[in-house]
Write a protein that binds this ligand. Structure first.
Ligand SMILES: [Zn+2]
Ligand SMILES: [Zn+2]
Length: 270
């Protein structure tokens, strides 16, 4: 799967400086993901703020300023950037929300994911020191990418729970659910404190069971004689059909195996 990260150029430099490394970490942890960080100009002549501004203004609050519709941003990103098999992850400066059928617009969301793209907002974490914001940013990225690969998505697994989407209950895992900025800060700080210095990159963020999910989602099946099916082997997911690649200004990476991910319907989650 190809992942394209890009940012609104108005994000603080201390945060955007971390993206190259984050993109690298995601490629190492998710062996079949090819991650490209396109900076704030994902397409020639268009900068990140163009996509933020594509989200219509829903409300303005004293605390978080202008709140925009992340669904609209995803629509605009799809229109301009989407290639089949590639997922686009955009980091906006604006507070965001999304429309949710019966309930209308939600109060806010930290992230908005649909099959065509992901938008993540740091707007509600501005009150924390930059160092804390970095930990939150890294956790949010690993959490959202985890959803893309269906990490902690198995209802039968020992430590998963349905809480506005499938999540992990391990206190030191980024796949925990957090519904407020403070909960998220606590969760990710705890995870970072417990394993942040670990040499095992995946172990810095995910619990053992979530790492097993990652291994399953990213392992390339070797050409070996057929094994007997056992209950521990997951059935392979249907392959996505190969598609024609539209030329784009981004540097090309090697073709990767695409694991179609099932995204749970999301509300005020991150
Ligand atoms: Zn976990
Ligand atoms: Zn989540």
């Amino acid at each position: 799967m190809e992942l394209l990260f890009f940012v609104d150029e108005r994000l603080p430099k201390a945060l955007t400086d971390r993206f190259e490394e984050l993109a690298n970490e995601v490629s190492i942890i998710y062996k079949n993901a090819s991650v490209i960080y396109a900076g704030s100009t994902p397409i020639s002549g268009i900068s990140g703020s163009y996509f933020t501004n594509a989200g219509s203004i829903i409300r303005t609050t004293a605390e978080y300023g202008t709140q925009r519709d992340a669904g609209r941003m995803i629509g605009k990103i799809f229109e301009k950037l989407r290639r089949d098999g590639r997922r686009v992850v955009f980091f906006t400066t604006s507070d965001i929300t999304r429309y949710s059928g019966d309930s209308g617009y939600l109060n806010f969301v930290f992230g908005c994911t649909d099959p065509t793209g992901i938008v993540i907002s740091m707007a509600r974490f501005k009150q924390y020191p930059l160092e804390t914001q970095m930990i939150i940013l890294s956790g949010l990225v690993m959490h959202e990418i985890g959803h893309v690969f269906n990490v902690a998505g198995d209802t039968m697994r020992a430590n998963t729970v349905y809480n506005i989407g499938m999540h992990c209950t391990d206190e030191c895992c980024v796949m925990q659910q957090g519904l407020t900025a403070e909960q998220i800060r606590k969760n990710f700080s705890r995870t970072w404190k417990a394993h942040g210095k670990s040499r095992d990159l995946a172990g810095r963020y995910y619990c053992t069971l979530c790492r097993e999910d990652i291994d399953r989602a990213t392992s390339v099946r070797p050409l070996m004689p057929k094994r007997k099916a056992t209950t521990t082997v997951r059935p392979p997911m249907p392959k996505r059909k190969a598609t024609t690649t539209v030329p784009a200004p981004m540097p090309k990476r090697k073709t990767t195996t695409t694991v179609p991910a099932q995204l749970p319907p999301r509300r005020a989650e991150h």
